[in-house]
Design a protein around this ligand. Structure first.
Ligand SMILES: O=P(O)(O)OC[C@@]1(O)O[C@H](CO)[C@@H](O)[C@@H]1O
Ligand SMILES: [Mg+2]
Ligand SMILES: [Mg+2]
Length: 289
């Protein structure tokens, strides 16, 4: 049966590839860095340029579509899912990697709940998923790991950009608990989207994080699900993409072991009123790197 969203997804893949070209070009030059919610929550002009490139390109073809973009929300736009087709965009997931010219930088585009696209532009890996039609990397089907024993697993996570000592303590308590399950190892790509694509690819068995944003995980969530994986809230139950908490695992068994292990807490939701997000958006003086 013809897929009504096929041409739209094709456009998403094409614009993700174009975004990757812009990111790769920017890696060869100087990057002006400012900060958002904390001194280590980095953003560059390339993040903003790529997000506008994506949004303008989509608006021209689909004028009724709505957007949730990381940098638009940082600039004060709402982060509310509507009944209209809504694109959830992270122009650069892994800005810290980008600023340090480290590998693994992705751009994510998600059209709720129809398709997800994550492009890892340094590796030239295009991860895609269409609801009900599987997940792929450069056209090759993806399948999660079949390892159900968490003691034989590698788990991915990130430390986030909140440096409140009480929050850091909880993050470290979870990390300690996971390590002592024990697990074979803990890894972090510096990008939630890339960590989740590693789950979908069967490279790691699970990823969890408290502190992510909806734009970090929306596209890759569909890629994990379509690769046979499971999404869960850190306290069990259905994942809420606006809650800033997620477990993406190869199986319910592994996900439920992590639920019993993680020290749960609730950051301000992405769809909370801007004043409640406690994002102080302190734009410290820009610096060139
Ligand atoms: O700001 P960015 O580059 O889009 O997000 C980068 C990122 O590593 O920070 C989050 C918190 O650790 C991660 O989950 C997310 O992928
Ligand atoms: Mg991100
Ligand atoms: Mg980003």
């Amino acid at each position: 049966m013809a897929d009504p969203w096929e041409s739209t997804m094709d456009h998403a893949v094409a614009i993700a590839r174009k975004a990757g070209e812009v990111v790769r070009d920017a890696l060869r030059g100087d990057r002006m860095v400012t900060t958002k919610s904390s001194a280590v929550d980095l953003v560059t002009q390339t993040d903003q340029k790529v997000e506008q490139l994506i949004i303008q390109s989509v608006k021209e073809k689909f004028p009724t579509h709505r957007f949730i973009g990381e940098e638009s929300v940082a600039a004060g736009e709402s982060c509310i899912l509507s009944d209209s087709p809504t694109w959830i965009i992270d122009p650069i997931d892994g800005t810290t990697n980008f600023v340090h010219t480290h590998l693994t930088v992705t751009s994510t585009l998600d059209l709720q709940v129809e398709f997800g696209v994550v492009y890892s532009c340094i590796e030239d890996k295009m991860f895609t998923a269409r609801r009900g039609r599987g997940a792929f990397c450069n056209g090759e089907p993806l399948q999660v790991s079949q390892q159900k024993a968490v003691e034989q697993a590698i788990v991915a996570t990130e430390f986030g950009s909140d440096r409140d000592p009480e929050v850091v303590d909880k993050i470290f308590q979870s990390l300690r608990n996971v390590l002592c399950l024990p697990v074979h190892g803990v890894r972090g790509a510096g990008s939630a989207a890339m960590n989740m694509c590693l789950v979908a690819s069967g490279c790691v068995e699970a990823y969890y994080e408290i502190g992510v944003h909806v734009w970090d995980v929306a596209a890759a969530s569909l890629i994990v699900s379509e690769a046979g994986g499971v999404l869960m809230d850190v306290e069990g139950g259905e994942v809420d993409l606006m809650s800033r908490r997620i477990i993406a695992a190869n199986s319910k068994t592994v996900a439920e072991r992590l639920v019993k292990t993680i020290v749960a807490f609730s950051p301000p939701r992405d769809d909370a009123a801007p004043s409640d997000r406690c994002e102080d958006s302190t734009h410290l003086s820009a610096r060139k790197v």
